[in-house]
Unconditional design. Sequence first.
Length: 339
Amino acid sequence: MAIATSYNVTSTKGARENLENVLKTVEPTETPLYSTLSQSAAPKATLNEWLVDSLASPEIGGVIDGVDLQISDAQNLIDTRARLGNRVQTLRDIFSVSRQAEMVDVAPGGSLMASSRAKSLLQLKRSIETAIGSGNDQSTGTSSAGALMCGLGIWSDPTATGNTFDTSLKQGFRAVSGSRVSLASLTESAFRGLLQAVYTAAGSKGTYNLFAGPAVMNKITDYTRSTTANGNFSFDQDVSGKTLVRSVLTYVSDYSTINIIPDLFLGRVNGSASGTDTVEGTVNTDRAYLIPGDDTVSLKFLEGITIQDLPDNGAGKRAFSETMLSLRVSNPRALGSIV
C-alpha cells in the first residue's frame, strides 16, 4: 500500500521549509580598548604630535656659600624635550546591495541595505580595535599603500626603533626595560617585576587596565592555585559554599590595582606574521597591554565613525562606513606588555 510520508513529500511536492526570522552573529564583537580608552581633541593634521620631557636626577650635594654664580653653571632645560607623534589612519568597510536583492523577501526580514549598514559598522569597530592593539609601526601613505598608525605593540616595546622611535632622543622615552615579559616566563614574580618596572619609570600608583588575550588570562588565573603531588591542585579559597572561583578580574599589587580585561584583537599586524605578532585575521592569545586608567593613552578622531552613501549607477545602492583616527601615547614609559 502506498502512503505519503515526510520522506517522500519533498519540496517538489509542496512541502514548505521552516526558516526562522533569526540571524545571529557568531564572531566576537566586544572591543574593550575602543570602548574604554578616552578620546582627546581631534587632530588638525594627518600627523599628530606632542612633546615629552624628562627630569634630571635629584641633586642633594648642597651649595657652597659665598660663591658667585657663573653663566657656565646654567643648564638648558628645554634641550631634553622630544617630539613624539603618530599617523592618522583611515579604516573603511564598503558594501552594496543590488536593486533586485533589496526587493526580495529575505529572513530575518527588513531591508538588506539596512542590515548591511549595521554589519559594516560592527566590522569597522573590530578593525578599530585591531589597529589600536596591533604591532604595526606607523608609516606615511603613498599612492600604493594607505597610511598606518602605530599600535600599542610598538608603543609598549622597550627596544622599538622604526618610524615611531627613529632617533636616539625619542628612544629615550620608550617603554622601559623590564616592562615587557614573555608569556612563557610569566610567573607571578615576573608579573610583579613588570609592575615594578612601570611604577619605577612612571611613578604612577593609580589604577591600570590590563587588556589580555586568553592565554594571558589563564596564566594569571593560575596564580590562585599551586600544584601538589600527583598533579593535584591546592586552592587558597573558602569553598564551603560549594563554589570554586577560578577567575582573576582584579589584581591588587604593591604598586597599583590592575583591572584585567579580556581582548581578542591584540598583537596582530598588517601583512605577514612577524615575531610574536599574528596576521590580522588570526587571534593572538598570548598578548597583553598594561595601560594607565587615565588619559595617558587616548584616541583621536580626525573623522568619527560615519556612513557615506555612494551614487547608484544602476546596479544598486552602495555605501561605506569609515573613520580616520590616531592613537596618542603621551608617556610610553607608563606602559607594560606581555608577548
